[in-house]
Design a binder for this molecule. Structure first.
Ligand SMILES: [Zn+2]
Length: 344
């Protein structure tokens, strides 16, 4: 039997670490702020009975009853951060905040049986050239994930930087796109930043192209990193894993890994290729087959995001067929050749 645990991390702020069985990262950090008599939570685990039972127990261990919660602040729409928001809102009458973009995306996953989101997912899979096996996995995974979340009909849609009152203090909701198009972060008492899935102490897959994602995830992600550096928060608390003790160094490492990857991808485009071809051929020194389906989707999303940045820089072009075919701008002649091939 697993257990969620609440740990004090500052005066009046707790981290509740919730295990999420079956999730690729395995757990979520939900944060609790008590200011006077007001209780706010930043992000919630997904909605499954065992997870919610353990979450409720962890809150009780720090003397928080669900009914006491007045504010639910969501960084983005993914089920592992927002799935239980509707459940908690019904039990507490709390006000829920989420960006207008992510609220729309979230609701598109549940309305009309998720048709809008599922079609966007299928379009993206065809644009990147995913094979039948991985496409079927992605659609099945989406349908399964839906059981852990619900539509949010009564949330406040954030459209820009907003101050939200909590007790004697305020929390600033700040747009932080990159991980999703409408990703937000929350700054409490000018000192503690809840940074959602912007960056972790490990990995590089925080900015990827997926259905209904940011237009240029890496550019948005870099702008958000600059914004965070300027805030000068004393603590930066992510949605998964440990606090980011040296944010600037971590961002520099993240950007370095990504510029190496970007150069590799540009190299691959010396011949016309789909996102799928590039991902399979440059699969990080491992055989593509050995990656889990989830990792394959991440690599495709990352590769796609890099290609869009290279396109913006004018270094590569694409043919808008399905799947998209990418190639270095210097080989425009090849484009004519492929076009001929398609037309004939
Ligand atoms: Zn996420």
């Amino acid at each position: 039997m697993f257990k969620s645990t609440a740990t004090a991390i500052a005066e009046d702020v707790w981290k509740v670490e919730c295990p999420l069985p079956g999730h690729s990262i395995g757990h979520l950090n939900s944060y609790v702020i008590k200011d006077g008599n007001t209780v706010a939570v930043v992000d919630l685990p997904w909605s499954s009975e065992e997870v919610l039972t353990s979450y409720t127990e962890a809150l009780a261990s720090i003397s928080v009853n669900l009914a006491d919660i007045e504010l639910i602040l969501l960084t983005h729409y993914h089920e592992d951060h927002a799935g239980a928001a509707s459940w908690l809102q019904k039990l507490s009458s709390a006000t829920v905040y989420m960006s207008i973009e992510d609220l729309e995306t979230m609701n598109s996953r549940y309305r009309n049986n998720g048709a809008v989101f599922e079609n966007a997912l299928k379009d993206w899979l065809s644009v990147v050239g995913a094979d039948t096996e991985l496409s079927e996995f992605a659609v099945a995974q989406f349908r399964e994930l839906k059981q852990y979340g619900e539509e949010l009909p009564n949330a406040v849609a954030l459209t820009g930087e907003t101050d939200i009152r909590i007790g004697r203090n305020s929390i600033r909701a700040i747009p932080a796109p990159g991980h999703t198009a409408g990703h937000f972060m929350y700054l409490y008492d000018e000192q503690i930043l809840f940074s959602g899935d912007h960056i972790f102490t490990w990995g590089t897959a925080n900015a990827t192209t997926r259905p209904i994602s940011a237009t240029l995830p890496f550019s948005s992600h870099a702008e958000t990193s600059t914004k965070i550096s300027k805030l000068g928060a004393r603590k930066i608390l992510p949605g998964h894993g440990e606090a980011l003790d040296d944010f600037r160094m971590r961002v520099a490492e993240f950007q370095k890994q990504n510029s190496v990857r970007s150069a590799e991808i540009l190299e691959h485009c010396s011949e016309p290729k789909s996102v799928w071809d590039i991902a399979v051929e440059g699969s990080h020194g491992r055989t593509w087959e050995r990656f889990s389906p989830n990792s394959k989707l991440s690599i495709l999303g990352e590769t796609h995001a890099h290609l869009l940045e290279l396109e913006k820089e004018g270094l590569i072009e694409r043919l808008d067929v399905a799947p998209h075919i990418w190639f270095q701008t210097s080989i425009t002649k090849t484009k004519e050749k492929i076009k001929e091939g398609i037309e004939n």
